[in-house]
Design a protein around this ligand. Structure first.
Ligand code: PA5
Length: 357
């Protein structure tokens, strides 16, 4: 039997059921809608802000990258994503600072939110618990509590949607109901297509994992939300499949990286280049993607084109993200790897915690 269709083998490998978590991605989005309805936004509702800063690292921070790029052409104030201990000087009183940390204990996020308190910024916290939740309750700040017990990257439906819908709820950004409905409908179809019971011959997520097996995946997005999604794919391949992977974005990569595929082809012949093909991209971007692919094709093992599906930006972002998320779990199985543990992240956090003793 083909390994990706061997449900018994998958169950043995996937001890904490990362695949099941992916298969329930839409449930997280639906739950997040309920969470937002019952959260208390009274101190933030209908205020005007000078800007919005979204803090967060890794699996939590990527929600900030995606949200920033989803609202960038409609939000009238700057939206910044901060992945650091420090806040830039321009973030001060009048800004809304949104801290996303699934564990609530990430030191960079806690340090930056501490600074936001000092600067008298408006605050919103998205977390399942930890110190962030304690601080938010102590200081009577807006807290959106998501269910705990998952890996942060496996909670992206909760984190991304709770943050996006909370910002919509307070009037800081605007997300239409039809975009949300379209996204949920499209994702429900994708769940059926990508789930474990859908056999390899009909399952694009399993087929993608098979195409990536043995290759170094380089993911090319396009400046905007597809760049954030390319980065998410890279991170999911890193953390779930435990493989090196890198991402980059058009048009910037045409000014440097395109040249860099010339030498070392004995190595890059083992690389798979993933490119997102979005029919609503501008003509110039389409030409860049096609010309680049032709220029570097001979230096690569393969090029995998991923059609971007959906009408709204939200649906296109979420459906493309979902394919990468679940395929990276199937890729882990091909390497006989349990997708859940991220031991090296835990070691680093433990070493850093020693500095506080
Ligand atoms: O995937 C992971 O475990 C990490 O990328 C974490 O998300 C990151 O370390 C930040 O932790 P948290 O999401 O709990 O703030």
């Amino acid at each position: 039997m083909k390994i990706l269709d061997d449900l018994k083998k998958i169950k043995e490998l996937d001890k904490q059921d990362m695949l099941g978590i992916e298969e329930r991605f839409v449930d997280q989005l639906i739950t997040a809608q309920g969470i937002v309805k019952s959260a208390d936004y009274k101190n933030l509702k209908n205020k005007s802000f000078k800007g919005i800063a979204i803090l967060g690292m890794g699996g939590s921070g990527v929600s900030g990258d995606i949200i920033k790029n989803l609202v960038i052409d409609s939000c009238e104030v700057p939206v910044e994503v901060i992945k650091d201990y420090e806040l830039p000087a321009f973030i001060r009183e009048g800004w809304l600072v949104v801290a996303i940390s699934y564990s609530g204990n990430t030191e960079e996020t806690l340090s930056a939110i501490g600074e936001a308190f000092k600067r008298n910024c408006e605050i919103m916290c998205i977390s399942s618990g930890g110190k962030l939740m304690e601080i938010a309750s102590e200081k009577n700040k807006c807290l959106v509590k998501v269910p705990g017990g998952l890996q942060p990257r496996g909670a992206s439906g909760y984190l991304l949607f709770s943050t996006l819908l909370s910002l919509n709820e307070i009037g800081a950004i605007s997300i239409s109901k039809s975009d949300i409905d379209e996204s949920l409908e499209l994702l429900k179809q994708k769940v059926l297509l990508y789930k474990r019971e859908s056999g390899q011959s009909d399952n694009p997520a399993k087929q993608l994992a098979l195409a990536l097996e043995g290759c170094m995946a380089v993911v090319y997005g396009v400046s905007g939300f597809l760049s954030a999604i390319a980065y998410r794919w890279k991170c999911e391949i890193n953390e779930n499949s435990k493989c090196p992977s890198f991402s980059s974005e058009f048009p910037e990569l045409n000014h440097n990286e395109t040249v860099g595929w010339e030498n070392l082809s004995e190595i890059t012949k083992k690389f798979a280049l993933i490119v997102f093909k979005d029919s609503s991209a501008s003509e110039r971007i389409k030409v860049r993607i096609d010309t680049t692919s032709e220029l570097i094709r001979k230096n690569l093992g393969k090029i995998i084109e991923i059609p971007v599906e959906g009408r709204s930006k939200l649906a296109r972002a979420l459906s493309t993200m979902y394919l990468g998320d679940i395929s990276s779990v199937y890729l882990a199985f091909l390497y006989n790897t349990d997708p859940t543990p991220v031991d090296r992240i835990s070691v680093l956090k433990t070493e850093l915690a020693k500095l506080d003793k």
